[in-house]
Design a protein around this ligand. Sequence first.
Ligand code: SF4
Length: 266
Amino acid sequence: MTLIHVCCAPDLLSTVLKREFPEAVFYFYNPNIFPESEYEKRLEAFKTVCHRLNLNYMEGRYDPEEFSAFFERYFDEEEGGARCGKCMEMRLKNAALTSGKIHAKSFTSTLLASPRKSIDTINEIGMEISNVYGTEYTGGNFRTGRKEIKPYLEDIYVQNYCGCEASLVKSRRDREERERMDFELLSGKFRNLVHLWKYRGRLIRIEEIPIRDESSLKEFLAVLKPSGLLVKKGSELYGRNWLKAGKYNCRILGESDIYGESGQKN
Ligand code: SF4
């Protein structure tokens, strides 16, 4: 049996889609997650995936105070630096110890599926821990494409920051900075459409946007970043799912699919 430490539901999905583990127990151990309400959401997502895929699972201890006391001095470190090395080491050590307790033959982690982590660093940490604790470490690359895991994530909570308080602060700061820059662009390039800023992150009807050609529309959407574009049947964009606008992918939704033919929300 292998004990597989799980960091989050998306990486768990990537791991099981990439590689078969005939006998495995999936172990959620992440005291790094801040705040507790976020921990609960990620744990719930993990359990949902385990139930759906019929995976054996267990939950580790959540002791955020122990984690934050230790990590305070690394708070200002860049993501991917010493703080993250220590954080992964802490979780992998716990996985190795737990695999010994449940008589698992080996251990590994879904951290190897994360596109934001260094596989070499994780494998190095895993091997070192394996040498100290005498439990076999299974390394590898568990990454799969976003496309493969997306269908399984439809109604499952997906986090938008790595996990600890420092990463939450950074992701908020980055988002604010993106918003500030996009608002500046909107005010400069599309001055007469500044009133549409209220649709940032929300659905917008295409009729609200007085832009006719597709390339300018894409430029506008890339700046506004609504949650989706509502189009009517018969519109040129009707039937498409996405409109790629630079790095931003705008969802296209048929108005009648959302509001019904009557215009009332389905
Ligand atoms: S950014 Fe992620 S890996 Fe790094 S310390 Fe925070 S939770 Fe751990």
